[in-house]
Design a protein. Structure first.
Length: 331
């Protein structure tokens, strides 16, 4: 599977609307032009002072034709957005005056566009931190039904076809939550199952990893994974999963038979859920470097509507790919 081309083809078919809050950033402006020219989106909105966007575009030689330019806090939707934000946050002590101030923030404005259906997806992070992007998304867009945790995943592509879905797997969480609780691990697994369906077009089979298999070791970290599995069982999660499993017990059928006989994931795992961020980050980078896999992401997951974060070192091509993937997830 050529992950990028599959996602681009899906985005072209869906023809959704994208908002890019960092509208004065040169790489973002270039990416917006490419997204429209390649018909990866039906529309693209850049947020920021219009004169600054136009000045940067002229300097970079980018034609802004067909791209929507909006200055947050001064658009035709201003009153609607401020009122909605105030109603969402008044129980937290939000005042109408503060709501007016907060909605001048491009991240919040972009998130509100997605929340109210004026855009289908949002991508940011070329200038803002992951924390800033997450806060805007959690505050306004919120998480998916039944999930309280926003997390991330990588699509690991191009491995030997015997692994995962023809050599492609979802690894999670490798970028957001340093030390997830059992409840958060269960949420991460559920969100990853949905990501698997969207990215790999296959039914998810998840292994919740540990340094222990079925009680072979005793430790608080092992107990945490065991509890996460129990939460998923009690919720009757709609996908195949098992844990706690060591990596070999999850991936190699003969080892599964030996260490976890009767496990439902035997030989079919396409999602690896890591017990903490250290394991996840190390794991995906080892597979990327030693197995020569391509690592796409991190992609945010668990949100009610599509939102993605960028590395501040992202190239124009990186931004285009992330936008295409995010648009491909829009319902």
């Amino acid at each position: 599977m050529d992950f990028v081309n599959v996602m681009k083809a899906k985005a072209k078919t869906l023809q959704k609307i994208l908002v890019l809050p960092e509208g004065t950033e040169p790489r973002t402006i270039k990416a917006a032009r490419i997204l429209l020219d390649e018909r990866l989106a039906a529309g693209v909105t850049l947020l920021g002072k219009v004169e600054d966007i136009e000045k940067t575009a002229a300097k970079e030689g980018v034609d802004l034709g067909g791209i929507n330019l909006v200055f947050p806090g001064d658009g035709v939707k201003k009153d609607t957005y401020v009122r909605e934000y105030y109603e969402m946050r008044k129980h937290k002590g939000m005042t109408e005056e503060q709501a007016k101030i907060d909605m001048t923030d491009p991240l919040r404005w972009g998130a509100m566009m997605v929340h109210l259906g004026d855009a289908d997806a949002m991508v940011a992070g070329a200038e803002n931190t992951t924390g800033d992007v997450l806060r805007a998304g959690l505050t306004i867009i919120g998480t998916s039904q039944g999930v309280k945790t926003a997390s991330s995943c990588f699509v690991m592509a191009g491995m030997d076809a015997k692994w995962g879905a023809s050599g492609n797997m979802v690894f999670s969480d490798c970028a957001v939550i340093p030390d997830p609780t059992a409840e958060q691990l269960a949420d991460i697994a559920e969100s990853s199952a949905q990501s698997c369906r969207e990215f790999l077009n296959t039914e998810p089979v998840a292994a919740l990893l540990s340094f222990s298999t079925k009680g072979s070791a005793k430790h608080d970290n092992v107990t945490k994974v065991q509890n996460a599995v129990e939460i998923l069982r009690n919720k009757k999660a709609g996908f195949i999963f098992d844990g706690e499993l060591q990596a070999d017990a999850a991936l190699v059928p003969s080892v599964t038979d030996s260490k976890a006989p009767g496990s439902p994931v035997k030989g079919r795992v396409n999602i690896l859920i890591f017990p903490d961020l250290g394991a996840g980050n190390i794991g995906y980078k080892l597979v990327q470097r030693l197995a020569g896999a391509e690592a796409f992401g991190p992609f945010l997951q668990g949100f009610a509507k599509p939102i993605s974060d960028l590395s501040r070192g992202a190239s124009v091509d990186d931004i285009v790919i992330t936008c295409a993937v995010t648009l491909a997830r829009a319902k």
